[in-house]
Design a binder for this molecule. Sequence first.
Ligand code: PBG
Length: 323
Amino acid sequence: MNIIRRPRRNRQSAAIRDMVQETRLSVTDFILPVFIVDGQKVRTEVTSMPGIHRLSLDLLLEEIQECMDLGVKSFDLFPNIAESKKDKYATESYNPDGLYVNAIRAIKDRFPDAVVMTDVAMDPYSSDGHDGIVENGKILNDPTLEVLGKMALAQAQAGADIVGPSDMMDGRVGYIRQVLDEGNFHDVAIMAYTAKYASAFYGPFRDALDSAPKFGDKKTYQMNPANSREALIEAQLDFAEGADFLMVKPALAYLDIIKLLKDNFHLPITAYNVSGEYAMIKAAAQRGWLDGDRAMMETLLSIKRAGATSILTYFAKEAARLL
Ligand code: PBG
């Protein structure tokens, strides 16, 4: 047969395949999201996220030690707040002696080399379960910014390295940047949830935090999954307002958006491999329908191949073990 181009030549041995491999995962790519809850020695598995637990601070510190030993050094903290501490204005979110802020302080105290990223959004603390202040069934944009500013400032004061506004209010990156700079926190970075879609894949996360909206949905602030050009508008704004990272969320159903932002912006692009994406693989693996480890690594690799510089993923620890 006269076939001049034979792509299989570059696949014929493991060594050659390794040599031509374009994308490689590294433990340094990962940011592990962790769930913190009040109390001591508390370790409750999230039913819809096998292997992921809500941890009290003492056990969270142990978990972080294990991750650090595996080379995973970046963590994104999310709080499970008691219903009794939630209110309309999410005031607990900037309590200087609250669960969340104390956790940041304790982690940075014990692990100065770890990167602590925070979540800036009202939903875990809001009695309405929304990311903004609710008035007559509407989410108010500008008054919400004031709450987000207080939250980000409290987190910076506690020692956070990166704050992560996940709320999708307009103008929040610029507002938070200004508040941080006025507080002399010029070195605290902002990882903007730039293209965060109104997705069905956040379900297990809302179980973990008991943070589902009490009414309606998040479609007036999170993006329509049908749109990609709109992601460019969000990215332009976040860039102009001073974001240090642009994030796409979820990751798997939005690989094209990761690529789009990668091709058009020169900031690091982060992808959030969200709770529902984790749950799908875990559920299928538990039934023996998928090889869980292989599906996990292929998923993470695909996110990196699409253009992500780093990946927020609940698989971080497991993947680090395999790497
Ligand atoms: C809320 C927030 C959500 C996630 C991170 N921050 C959920 C939501 O918008 O309802 C989802 C993360 C995941 O599903 O893993 N500000």
